[in-house]
Design a protein around this ligand. Structure first.
Ligand code: ADP
Ligand code: G3P
Length: 499
């Protein structure tokens, strides 16, 4: 059968998605399923790895059936995933020994404090590009080994494996034959030396993590293995691309040259700027990270990670219950003429870039008797745009590049109010592309390149096109007044948990 399509598996924080792309990079069919978020204690977040595999393999089969496409028509599978989320499983049974500890989970804040007290911050920053924070996988692996009965002995005997979600999916797709990750995912573990491109022995020893648990690190565009015959009715499809979702989005947006940047508005919000083969250290609270390994070399990126973006909208819907659907926020926010002095800082799991405060917590300030639900909804959307400005300022400082336009993608960019407010508060044009599923598209591109479905990056870059450009319209003085209010609100949220 002619291989006409690429199947992208996009395993996100709140849902598993499967998307089929054709040769023009157009979406042919999509299937999506939300899965359970587990909050065992305040600040703790877990997922069930079996539910992740179940929903992900389920949507992969469903998308093919729905589109009437045979698995034998799929040239390759590309994987992209929520990053940092940590799974440890038994090599022999293939069963996880604990729930996946999600990137947002704060349970290892004290392990991070210990690392800082032992003076390791500088070493970690220099060699992994990361700040010491509970966000990354390293301390999560240590927590599982320290807290699950018998885990450490088993790990030392070589009976346990660690993986992020890419690794977990590839292991299951190949029925336990392949234990790998790619450079972009490895760079989020806080265990990988991004200068030497190998697992860092010093950090492994400081965290007491046996090297035998770790996956082999491969390029992001590479045939890792083939799907087991049972999963797709006998088809052995090459698994030919893998990248963390934010790096995949950078690739899908065609940001192939140094200085090109994108911002993805999903559960969190992540701005990445390509810095090419140069590792740019941050002085302003950003991360230095591996963008991908493609064409026989690795390239780097600067990243501003915002933990809560679209998730604040889910909170309005699921906890406050003041909206029914995420898309209602656009209409509700425009029912009022401004924020009426209300600011919401969604530090539900601490604050990421550029503050890096594991102990910050959410707050709403500026309430008066006239504050309505609409003001809170508006403040929630505005908080996404303010956090993006915090990160953009740091990015411009670190890179020495003043951005003229920002490419955006992710679920929340459907919100026109948010996009206009974003352009206004940044004073920069915001470009929303026709395909906003850029994460999945990036994974498809990486896989397609590895099997020759697409020739090179030039062919891919030509497929990007803009849907709408939002131009800044706000008066300069209004813009700065609003942003100043945000900075004051953030002050109130910092270090709350410790006090
Ligand atoms: N119209 C909208 N306005 C604001 N937020 C939205 C809108 N549509 C979706 N979202 C938010 O976007 C997020 C979903 O985006 P998605 O890219 O699928 O995220 P993820 O990959 O992190 O699961 C959700 O948090 C949701 O609340
Ligand atoms: O699931 P998303 O799209 O919010 O992405 C999560 C990030 O990869 C976390 O680092």
């Amino acid at each position: 059968m002619e291989k006409k399509y690429i199947l992208a598996l996009d395993q996100g924080t709140t849902s598993s998605r499967a998307i089929i792309f054709d040769h023009d990079g157009n979406i042919v069919s999509t299937s999506q399923k939300e899965f359970t978020q587990i909050y065992p204690k305040p600040g703790w977040v877990e997922h069930d790895p079996m539910e992740i595999w179940g929903t992900q393999s389920g949507v992969a089969r469903e998308v093919l059936e729905r589109a009437g496409i045979s698995p034998f028509e799929i040239a390759a599978i590309g994987i992209t995933n929520q990053r940092e989320t940590t799974v440890v499983w038994d090599k022999n049974t293939g069963k996880p020994i604990y729930n996946a500890i999600v990137w947002q989970c704060r349970r290892t804040a004290n392990i991070c404090d210990e690392l800082k007290a032992r003076g390791l911050e500088e070493y970690i920053r220099e060699n992994t590009g990361l700040v010491v924070d509970a966000y990354f996988s390293g301390t999560k692996v240590k927590w599982i080994l320290d807290n699950v009965e018998g885990a450490r002995e088993k790990a030392e005997k070589g009976e346990l494996l660690f993986g992020n979600i890419d690794t977990w999916l590839i292991w299951n797709l190949t029925r336990g034959k392949v234990h790998v990750t790619d450079y972009s995912n490895a760079s989020r573990t806080m265990l990988f030396n991004i200068k030497e491109l190998k697992w860092d022995e010093k950090i492994l020893s400081e965290l007491d993590i046996p090297a035998a648990m770790l996956p082999e690190v491969k390029p992001s565009s590479y045939v890792y293995g083939h799907t087991d015959q049972a999963t797709f009715g006998g088809a052995m499809i090459p698994i030919a691309g893998a990248a963390g979702d934010q790096q995949a989005a950078l690739f899908g947006q065609g940001c192939f040259l140094p200085g090109m940047a994108k911002n993805t508005y999903g559960t969190g919000c992540f701005m990445l700027m390509n810095t090419g083969e140069k590792m740019v250290p941050s002085k302003n609270g950003l991360l230095t990270t591996l963008a991908w390994g493609v064409d026989g070399k690795v390239e780097y990126a600067l990243e501003g990670s915002i933990f809560i973006a679209g998730a604040v909208v889910q909170w309005l819907r699921d906890e406050l219950k003041i909206i029914r659907d995420a898309e209602d926020t656009e209409y509700m926010a425009t029912k009022v003429k401004d924020n009426n002095g209300v600011y919401l800082v969604p530090a539900f799991v601490g604050l990421g870039a550029p503050y890096w405060d594991m102990y910050a917590r959410g707050t709403i300030v500026g309430l008066t008797r006239g504050a309505k639900a609409e003001h809170i909804i508006r403040a929630a959307l505005e908080s996404i745009a303010y956090q993006t400005r915090d990160v953009l300022e740091a990015m411009q400082e670190d890179s020495g590049i003043a951005l003229q336009t920002l490419k955006v993608d992710g679920g929340a960019v459907a919100n026109n109010f948010l996009m206009q407010f974003q352009a206004d508060i940044l004073g920069v044009e915001v470009d929303r592309p026709k395909v906003i599923e850029t994460t999945a598209l990036g994974a498809a591109f990486l896989a397609g390149l590895a099997v020759g479905f697409w020739k090179d990056k030039k062919e891919i870059a030509a497929k990007w096109s803009v849907d709408r450009t939002f131009k800044p319209q706000m008066d300069e003085a209004d813009k700065e007044k609003l942003y100043k209010g945000w900075k004051r609100a953030v002050e109130r949220a910092l270090k709350w948990e410790q006090e």
